[in-house]
Design a protein around this ligand. Structure first.
Ligand code: PHE
Ligand code: ZN
Length: 885
């Protein structure tokens, strides 16, 4: 049932899932790290599954392995005893079970794809999710085969003093010829994708944590010696996350040690290997001098995310990779909840929502759209997507909203308890939620499963009528979805939280004899109507409070209605979302006006948004600086691109700048006095209040650059010269470069001179230039690619330049003549030859083509066709083929 696509690509279908014929009882690995290769000996104890046929074949997977020997129950086997086709290795004589011993040779130094065992700055490390373990040894490399592991690593003591693997270190000592060894035992059965091994010269920060039941856990963060001063924040975040998971989910840690290792070559953010997380340096290292506020927040969130996987992912894992959202969506929801409790809940929510609406909505509306639980894939690495992570998290959140915090906790308790040590599927998660809450399981699972099966963003249309004589309001909600190949959409369960805003504020209204200022409905049919009573005046509806469902809302709200929400809604999230809606509306109208050739200058009084903000923003800047700073960050081009049918970046950019000027002009005095506070120039403190003050000043500086460029330039220079931390330096540099203020070039040079020895700061330096919103940035990017510090082997650096250009600089990327696409295509070919996962991800930027005008569409299609004629990895070929289709 495997389908050949092209030459080698094979499509795998969820419907073809078959349970493994053999269980793996134990894995014993012996890894010799030698000067130019590694030799891996594996001893695997198999037992035939009761359900498997008597003559079942033992099927293992292997890729890029040099097979040195194979034995079954200590009897050597020869090549006639097995079949090896592609990655699949089969042996027919396994009977009831037995012990398979293999020895293979691999080449970590030549591994540039960063999957399997590879070296990063001399450090050996592994990345096994999703299918990397088969590049280390022949193995049933699938998530539903779990076993205990015992791993011995032998290496040169001088160059690799530190030898780590999962679990507990049970033996270590000297070996011959200046070598040494360490043996690790992991008592928790796990699938191979959670295996990890690290060997190298690392320094360590140690601390500890005492679990709720009183067990002492050693915490260790391993980094290069020079980075040891950047580990405190990650350690504090880890301890906070461990306590939080005990308190909120009753989840306690289950080994004596928890280790984090920082590596500079990594394809993703971090990896939750059991007891031995491997992190991209960018997600673990933080120091006020080198890390911005956003960087600090990211470290906290990723450390928590990987830690939370210990239960949602490791103790309960996934049966197959179609169920990826089971661990990722749920864990993202958990880390979002955690982050919301650390700093500002509203800011956390609106940032998560803006991210979803900007990037996931676009993915779901474009050629790469897929279900949260897809039915098929070619390359699983292509499915670590925004849909699986972010939309997956929104589904968990809707269940939380629908069942309530306590009901959701009952469900998660049931899930962790019932499936502990097992490989589960989405249905298991849903049925746990139903059973623990006494709901009809079949109906509940069938209904909620639709969210996992139906791609695309649903649309909810809202109509309402207020009757003055009876003081009642009828509300009708209609849901619709576009149908995707093979899936006929059925109505989804959609939680709707809403309130009513009168002329002077929140109204209390009654629904089914419950009087409240905020109600929660469940829209579960194609169309439903509700009747509210005691609605004393004509209200404006505050809909989908806190974004209670990941849908697009169509409601006939006038500019005045939106302005009322911005001023008076008690739900802060909805105040923000009303500014987004109104700003989008005004930007699109301006762009249309320019298109008609009407280029009259705009006054603040022409903008309802400017009026609403002028009335409330100065006071908000004092009472809630975090929210205030967000209200001035109008939707960016990526967000706007999803709101239009034909995307012209330059026109939208011009309209957006014009609206910004209208909005900021009346706030000038207020912005000046904010900047006079100079919180930015005080020593770094990681707290919600300090971060809000800094973020407000950064926004104010950026605003000032539009109103008084000279004054803003002077201030930015001052920040750069006396900055006590990177948050101030980065804000100043971004404003100078992005707004092309006087002195920008010199500042770029000086920043480089100061930070050239800090790779993560240098990434920011590259990214700031590559994302400067001007057509000229394409030339800058060409130059940056030639820079001595550009290194195509380091994914962080590639993303800082190529990724920023293609995904975060629409004005430069969408050059009319297609030069931006050419640049990307050239880079993709270079990158794909060594790192397919990285190239495939970057290629996703071309998925925007259906939104472009015909001329640009033609350019992208030409680029796609040219690329598809080249020799490509299966990862990148699948992505480009799906984009082209
Ligand atoms: N599982 C990791 C996470 O989300 C992401 C990852 C996937 C890392 C694949 C590496 C490879 O936490
Ligand atoms: Zn994850």
């Amino acid at each position: 049932m495997k389908t050949e696509v092209g030459l080698t690509a094979i499509t795998i279908y969820l419907k073809d899932y078959q349970a493994p014929h053999y269980a793996l009882e134990h894995t014993d690995l012996h890894v010799e790290l030698l000067s130019d290769c590694a030799e891996v000996s594996a001893t695997l104890r198999f037992k035939r599954a009761a359900s498997a046929p008597k003559d079942a074949a033992l099927t293992l997977l292997g890729a890029d392995l040099e097979l040195l020997s194979v034995a079954w129950n200590d009897q050597p086997l020869s090549a006639d005893d097995w079949q090896w086709q592609g990655e699949t290795w089969q042996f027919n004589g396994a009977g009831e079970g037995g012990v398979l011993s293999t020895k293979v040779r691999i080449y970590p130094d030549k591994n540039l794809a960063l999957e399997g065992l590879y070296r990063s700055h001399g450090l050996y490390c592994t990345q096994c999710e999703a299918e990397g373990f088969r590049k280390i040894t022949l193995f049933p490399d699938r998530p539903d085969v779990l076993s205990t592991f015992r791993t011995t690593i032998v290496a040169d003591q001088a160059s690799c003093p530190v030898l780590l693997s999962n679990g507990n270190c049970v033996a270590s000592g000297k070996a011959e010829n200046g070598r040494h060894f360490a043996t690790w035992e992991d008592p928790h059965p796990k699938p191979s994708y959670l295996f990890a091994l690290v060997a190298g010269d690392l320094a360590v920060l140690r601390d500890s944590f005492t679990t709720a039941s009183g067990r002492e856990v050693a915490l260790e963060i391993y980094t290069a010696e020079v980075d040891q001063d950047k580990c405190d924040h990650a350690m504090r975040s880890l301890q906070t996350a461990m306590r939080w998971d005990e308190q909120r989910y009753g989840c306690e840690y289950d080994l004596d040690r928890y280790m984090i290792v920082a590596v500079s070559h990594f394809n993703m953010g971090a990896m939750e290997n059991k007891g031995l997380n491997v992190f991209n340096t960018s997600c673990v290292l933080a120091h006020p001098a080198t890390t911005t506020d956003a960087g600090f927040q990211r470290v906290e969130a990723v450390v928590a995310h990987e830690y939370f996987h210990n239960w949602s992912g490791n103790r309960v894992t996934c049966r197959d990779w179609f169920q990826l959202c089971l661990k990722e969506g749920f864990t993202v929801f958990r880390d979002q909840q955690f982050s919301a409790e650390q700093l500002s809940p509203v800011v956390q929510r609106l940032e998560d929502v803006a991210f979803l609406q900007t990037h996931q909505f676009a993915e779901d509306a474009g050629p790469l759209a897929h279900a949260v639980r897809p039915e098929s894939f070619v390359e699983i690495n292509n499915f670590y997507t925004l849909t699986i992570y972010e939309k997956g998290a929104e589904i968990a959140r809707m269940l939380h909203t629908f069942l309530g915090a306590e009901g959701f906790r009952r469900g998660s308790d049931h899930y962790f308890k019932t499936y502990d040590g097992q490989a589960a599927i989405v249905e298991d998660f849903l049925s746990s939620m139903a059973i623990a809450n006494g709901l009809a399981v079949d109906t509940f699972v069938c209904q909620w499963l639709r969210w996992y099966r139906q791609p695309g963003t649903p649309v909810v249309r809202v109509t309402s009528a207020w009757h003055a004589d009876s003081k009642t309001l009828s509300l009708t909600l209609t849901q619709s979805q576009t149908s995707h190949a093979g899936v006929t959409p059925e109505p989804l369960p959609i939680p709707v939280r809403l309130g009513f805003i009168g002329e002077t504020g929140e109204l209390t209204t009654t629904l089914a004899s419950v009087s409240a200022s905020s109600h929660q409905l469940l829209l579960e049919k194609a169309e439903q109507t509700w009747h509210f009573s005691q609605v004393e005046q004509a209200p404006v509806l505050s809909l989908f409070r806190d974004f209670s469902a990941p849908v697009r809302v169509q409601a006939a709200l006038s500019d005045e209605d939106l302005a009322r929400l911005i001023r008076l809604d008690s739900n802060s999230f909805n105040r923000w979302s009303a500014t987004y809606t109104l700003a989008t509306r005004e930007i699109l109208a301006l762009a249309e006006q320019y298109r008609r050739g009407d280029v009259r200058a705009r006054q603040p009084q022409d903008s309802a948004l400017a009026g609403a903000l002028a009335a409330m923003w100065p006071a908000l800047a004092t009472s809630d600086p975090a929210l205030a700073s967000k209200l001035l960050q109008l939707p960016n081009l990526a967000y706007l691109s999803d709101q239009v049918s034909c995307y012209d970046p330059a026109a939208l950019q011009r309209a957006r700048e014009a609206l910004l000027l209208q909005v900021l002009t009346p706030l000038e005095g207020s912005l000046q006095s904010i900047l006079a506070n100079e919180h930015m120039l005080t020593p770094y403190v990681y707290s919600a209040a300090a971060m809000a003050a800094r973020s407000l000043e950064a926004v104010a500086l950026d605003a000032l650059a539009r109103l008084q460029p000279e004054a803003a330039a002077t201030m930015a220079q001052r920040w750069l010269s006396v900055a006590p931390h990177m948050s101030a330096e980065q804000a100043a540099l971004t404003t100078l470069v992005h707004q092309q203020l006087p002195g920008a070039d010199a500042a770029v040079q000086a920043f480089y001179a100061r930070w050239q020895h800090e790779p993560l700061v240098l990434d920011q330096w590259f990214a700031t230039q590559a994302s400067a919103p001007h057509a000229s940035a394409r030339n800058t990017v060409e130059a940056l690619l030639q820079h001595d510090d550009f290194d195509a082997a380091v994914p962080n650096r590639v993303r800082a330049v190529v990724g920023q250009f293609a995904s975060n600089n629409p004005v430069a990327f969408h050059d009319m003549a297609g030069k931006g696409y050419d640049l990307l295509a050239q880079q993709l070919l270079l990158i794909d030859a060594r790192n397919p996962q990285l190239a495939s991800r970057l290629a996703g930027a071309l998925g925007i083509w259906p939104k472009l005008d015909p001329a640009r569409q033609a350019c992208v299609l030409k680029t796609l066709d040219a690329l598809l004629n080249e020799s490509l990895s299966s990862d990148t070929r699948e992505t480009l083929t799906r984009i082209r289709a």
